[in-house]
Design a protein around this ligand. Structure first.
Ligand code: CA
Length: 437
């Protein structure tokens, strides 16, 4: 069951030489999408594809008339100010454009003379959200995260009985999702210490990040229809890095009975680049369910999901404090994990989300939930790393953190590596906490 094709060939090199270093996140095997414009300009945002340290301007490329048929149609749609229309076209169009770009950007391609003048340096670009995110749902698919957080909030009952049967999620808020570079004031709200009589109001004291993958739906489904587990690859457009900011003290007081609310909806940040599901094909891997655990119900079970349901995407988190910035120090990496540890797969999330007839629209996003790995050092949040705020972690300049302070910038990165294939990356997502208003 291989989704691998000529665009993944390790031997491919680009005439954009910065793509061929072996360390670039954006070799010719990646070709992720974003919306961009020249920084500080009044230009309209439009689709772009990363290659090395450059961006192919898809609107300019569409105007050149170089690509025809499906690739040409896809290119025209990707010229919009958002990628929604392109994402809604579906797998055949996505693949056609990827193949045409791969061939046109290869060493010795005839198209070099036409495309070279259309490149813009990433260093001179600014980004928007890649698409209008109509709806956003956040899952909770790391059993290590769910167990660690459950222990802190409910010591006697960490993992609720539905966890191993249902891919747990809640409907999040898309209005406050911003692109990398986002800044936001520390949220305020109600908190209540366990021994206090009544809640108090004020700035959050336990502000945290969550290390997640964001998954964009491309082609949607009609209301009342569902997407079968083995059909989800026709609907999943691509992946980004996603920081789901969380106010832990607000969360602990408000989350029962209906789940997260103001603890989550003040800000969430995505990386600008969307790595396509097709680009990730080589890094897919087996998914297993421990024999001692309940096996999935039929609609969440298939051979394909067992064979290639998981994605080995390495993700890490770094914190850059105000002091580090003043002293010119680089950010301190605090943890690293992989999406392959997820208890539920992307296919299972999509199949479950639609099994009741709920409709996805192009550009809808799902969050994977905090991706903590099995080891303590692989935790995807400070809540876990600091064991509920009881043990401060030490950053590489000696500063300590239990939770985030004003001025802290959180930076997340992601990449895939596998023998016989190129290393591809997601770039990064960063955002900075401002003092409470
Ligand atoms: Ca989350």
């Amino acid at each position: 069951m291989s989704l691998i094709n000529e665009t993944h060939d390790l031997a491919l090199k680009s005439w954009v030489t910065s793509a061929n270093t072996g360390t670039s996140d954006f070799p010719i095997q990646n070709l992720p999408f974003a919306t961009f414009r020249r920084r500080g300009s009044n230009e309209a945002f439009r689709g772009g594809v990363a290659i090395g340290d450059q961006i192919v301007d898809l609107k300019a490329l569409a105007a050149s008339g170089l690509f025809r048929e499906l690739a040409g149609e896809a290119l025209e749609a990707a010229s919009d100010t958002t990628l929604n229309r392109f994402m809604g076209l579906g797998q055949a169009h996505w693949s056609a454009l990827r193949l045409a770009l791969s061939r046109a950007l290869r060493e010795n391609a005839n198209e070099q003379a036409n495309i070279e003048p259309l490149l813009i340096a990433q260093a001179e670009a600014e980004y928007d959200l890649p698409c209008h995110i109509g709806d956003y749902t956040d899952f909770y698919t790391s059993i290590y995260h769910a167990t660690a957080v459950g222990k802190l909030f409910r010591p006697d009952n960490p993992l609720l009985p539905n966890y191993k049967w249902v891919p747990i999620g809640y409907h999040g808020r898309s209005s406050s999702i911003g692109v990398s570079g986002q800044t936001f004031p520390r949220p305020k709200g109600q908190t209540k210490a366990p021994d206090a009589e009544a809640p108090s109001f004020g700035p959050c004291k336990r502000l945290d990040y969550e290390l997640e993958m964001g998954i964009y739906l491309g082609k949607g489904n009609d209301l009342g229809d569902s997407i079968a587990l083995d059909d989800t690859d026709n609907h999943v457009f691509g992946f980004c890095l996603f920081n789901d900011w969380s106010a832990r003290d607000l969360q602990a007081w408000e989350y029962q009975p209906l789940g997260p609310f103001l603890a989550k909806n003040f800000a969430s940040t995505v990386s600008p680049w969307v790595v396509t599901n097709e680009a990730l094909a080589p890094y897919r891997t087996t998914w297993t369910r421990d024999a001692n655990d309940p096996q999935p119900l039929d609609y969440l079970e298939s051979n394909k999901n067992r064979e290639i349901g998981s994605y080995d995407i390495i993700m890490d988190v770094a914190i850059e404090t105000e002091t580090m910035r003043k002293n010119g120090l680089s950010a301190s990496v605090v943890s690293q994990s992989s999406f392959k540890h997820s208890y539920w797969t992307v296919a299972q999330m999509v199949a479950h989300h639609t099994v009741n007839g709920c409709n996805f629209k192009p550009g809808d996003m799902i969050g994977s939930g905090t991706q903590s790995g099995p080891e303590h050092e692989e935790a995807g949040s400070l809540l876990e790393l600091s064991r509920g705020g009881k043990e401060a972690i030490t950053l590489n300049n000696g500063e300590k953190r239990t939770f985030l302070e004003d001025g802290d910038k959180v930076i997340m990165r992601g990449w895939c590596e596998k023998a016989g294939f190129a290393r591809i990356g997601f770039g990064h997502v960063e955002s900075t906490i401002l003092p409470a208003k």
